[in-house]
Design a protein around this ligand. Structure first.
Ligand code: PGA
Length: 252
């Protein structure tokens, strides 16, 4: 059975004391949480070791928001998979649309990074999704197919099972505009079918596919109820424990 996951992407928000407070609140919440999903957070890189210490029982998986495609050396500002692994982080978000838009991330970069994470035993959360123009031009299936193939289809069957995919339509991120549960399901089923065609149905059934883009406490349950939606990658609503926990509880 594939994992159900609620992951919070904090992006570039919260100063250190606010971040510590939110981690503490989340740790307390997780002490009594009986929801059947895994909970991850991706705080700013500077706070990763604090997160690891706060969630010392592993009750929340700790992720970085992007990782280097290089192993070590003169790459100012970057963080490697070895570094991540050495602090006990669980994995990395890869190719988030904001990294694509502002930092030139491509699916070829993503392909290398996903493989590097897997080789280190880290979990990659690979993001894809179409822009508004692409959806309006009815190109979304083609875009998603191309992204998924370039980023993931050099992996073996055993490897792809360990990847978490986050479908995040760019037009829904931080805009308050959410894909309808039917739109999310349509793309998730499409991605799962692509994987099934390449690796077989059994493998495709193992891959967790999250939806991201303006998931809030009031729409999470309906979106997560769709058969191919295995959870969410949450931005804005991950910054308050009340909202984030309400989204986690959508799985109860
Ligand atoms: P949002 O962000 O929930 O604020 O729309 C989602 C994301 O970028 O992962």
């Amino acid at each position: 059975m594939r994992k159900k996951i609620v992951a919070g992407n904090w992006k570039m928000n919260l100063d250190f004391s606010q971040a510590q407070q939110l981690m503490q609140q989340l740790a307390e919440y997780q002490n009594n949480n009986t929801s059947a999903c895994e909970v991850y957070i991706a705080p700013p890189a500077l706070y990763l070791t604090t997160a690891k210490n706060t969630f010392s029982k592993g009750e929340v998986g700790v992720f970085i928001q992007e990782v280097s495609e290089h192993t070590s050396g003169a790459y100012t500002g970057e963080v490697s998979v070895d570094m991540l692994s050495s602090i006990g982080a669980q994995g990395a978000i890869i190719a988030h649309s904001e990294r694509r838009q502002y930092h030139g991330e491509t699916d070829s970069h993503a392909n290398r990074k996903v493989k590097m994470c897997l080789d280190k035993g880290l979990t990659p959360i690979y993001c894809n999704g179409e822009t508004l123009e692409q959806r309006k031009a009815n190109q979304h299936f083609e875009v998603i197919k191309n992204q998924t193939e370039v980023a993931l289809f050099t992996l073996t069957a055993e490897e792809i099972k360990k990847v978490v995919i986050a479908y995040e339509p760019v037009w829904a991120i931080g805009t308050g505009e959410t894909a309808t549960p039917e739109q999310a399901q349509e793309i998730h089923a499409f991605i799962r079918n692509l994987i099934a065609d390449k690796y077989g149905k059994e493998v495709a059934e193992e891959v967790s596919i999250l939806y991201g883009g303006s998931v809030k406490p009031n729409n999470a349950k309906e979106i997560f109820s769709k058969p191919d939606v295995d959870g969410g990658l949450i931005g804005g609503a991950a910054l308050k424990v009340e909202d984030f926990s309400a989204i986690i509880e959508a799985f109860n």
